[in-house]
Write a protein that binds this ligand. Structure first.
Ligand code: PMP
Ligand code: GLN
Length: 379
């Protein structure tokens, strides 16, 4: 058939993980932990499977899970979303993002993305008939030039996609960023899709700032999160969106024909984990900070220049003192010759991104990180 996405191949995450496996390299490319999630969560899943909770869940998500998400959101961000009209449980954040983009973007609409940006946004916008307007942020700070942002706005602008804590730059949105965004789009029919899947992996003492904490922006925002990152279970594929009722109604029209409903026992186990499980997500910043700091320390004698990491479980490393290869070729070379797989940053950018930066995932056991650091220090 004539491809609807002719320029698109297989995702970088799938390709780099396959290359890592082929060459028996340590896989710091695709973002997933090499350790398991909490035992309690696994026990609750087994319990619900054995209790016969194995038929379709409600289309919008299991009641106890939506209830638990609502309470958590109120506790953390001071906003209580309505569990029946505003929260939709999806198959990972990936589905929530796709459903939101499909629901909101019409043919001819423009969507503003900040590059480097997560790879799933672009194809969804293209399939919806939208046009992507990219604002490329520059390392090491990846700050937004709001004058340049304003210059991208047009009568066709329909959606702005933001992501904090940010994959791959590991930077955070601050209150001023939300203020600037609101100033730029107030009074126009522009929506905000806020990808917050790393909401609990945030190293700033004041914590993650959600779009839901901004009273005006949240009236036109879809916040997306994922339990995969939070509970070390990326394979469980459960995420959710929170949006005002009118927007959620449109997202649900897409969701009901994309997956219909997310698997039942997993949703119930996650609800139990949130309601009665051990403290987990509040301990996550310290858990990952220790790994981050350990990994940064063990790379101190390497020729990589490590960029600051304020959130997510990714570290950016500048390899310009090691190689002249472009980042895609360097990552291939690194996997095959050094036995460590990483993600090149340019794949998150459509326009020319000449920097020599790679992304290393530190959601790994210390022994994995130690061996990786040893190999990286030899270069
Ligand atoms: N957004 C970002 C920024 C991500 O890094 C990821 C995956 N790691 C996703 C969305 C997708 O999350 P999920 O695995 O829940 O679909
Ligand atoms: N989000 C993960 C990452 O950034 C990958 C998820 C995937 O492979 N789809 O590494």
């Amino acid at each position: 058939p004539q491809s609807k996405l002719p320029a698109l191949g297989t995702t970088i995450f799938t390709r780099m993980s396959a290359l890592a496996q082929q060459h028996n390299a340590i896989n710091l490319s695709q973002g997933f932990p090499d350790f398991d999630g909490p035992d309690y969560l696994k026990q609750r899943l087994a319990y619900h499977v054995n209790s016969g909770e194995n038929q379709y869940a409600p289309m919008i998500g299991a009641v106890p899970l939506r209830q638990a998400i609502a309470s958590k959101t109120q506790r953390l961000y001071g906003h209580l979303p309505d569990k029946d009209s505003e929260i939709t449980v999806t198959a990972g954040a990936t589905e929530a993002l796709f459903a939101a983009i499909t629901a909101l973007v019409r043919p001819g609409d423009e969507v503003i993305c900040f590059d480097p940006s997560y790879d799933s946004y672009g194809p969804a916008i293209t399939l919806a008939g939208g046009t992507i307007k990219r604002l490329t942020l520059q390392p090491p700070a990846f700050r937004i030039d709001w004058a340049a942002f304003n210059a991208l706005l047009s009568p066709q602008t329909r959606l702005v996609i933001i992501n904090t804590p940010h994959n791959p730059s590991a930077t955070l949105w601050q209150t001023e960023d939300y203020r600037a965004l609101w100033q730029a789009i107030a009074g126009q029919e522009i929506y905000v899709l806020s990808d917050e899947v790393y909401e609990h992996i945030c190293f700033d003492p004041q914590g993650h700032i959600s779009v839901l904490a901004h009273p005006e922006l949240r009236e036109r925002a879809v916040a997306v999160s994922s339990f995969g990152k939070t509970f070390h279970m990326t394979g469980w594929r459960v995420g959710y969106s929170i949006a005002p009722a009118a927007i959620s109604a449109e997202i649900r029209k897409v969701h009901q024909y994309l997956t219909f409903a997310v698997n039942t026992p997993t949703q119930l186990a996650l609800a139990d984990m949130l309601n009665t499980g051990p403290d987990h997500y509040l301990a996550l910043p310290a858990f990952y900070r220790e790994r981050r700091d350990h990994f940064v320390r063990s790379l101190a004698s390497s020729h990589f220049k490590i960029l600051p990491c304020e959130g997510t479980y990714f570290l950016l490393a500048d390899y310009s003192a090691i190689s002249d290869l472009n980042d895609v070729h360097f990552c291939e070379w690194l996997t095959i010759n050094a036995g460590v797989a990483a993600i090149p940053l340019s794949v998150f950018c459509a326009d020319n991104f000449p920097h020599k930066l790679i992304r290393l995932c530190f959601a790994k056991q210390q022994s994995t990180l130690d061996t990786a650091a040893e190999r990286l220090c030899r270069l």
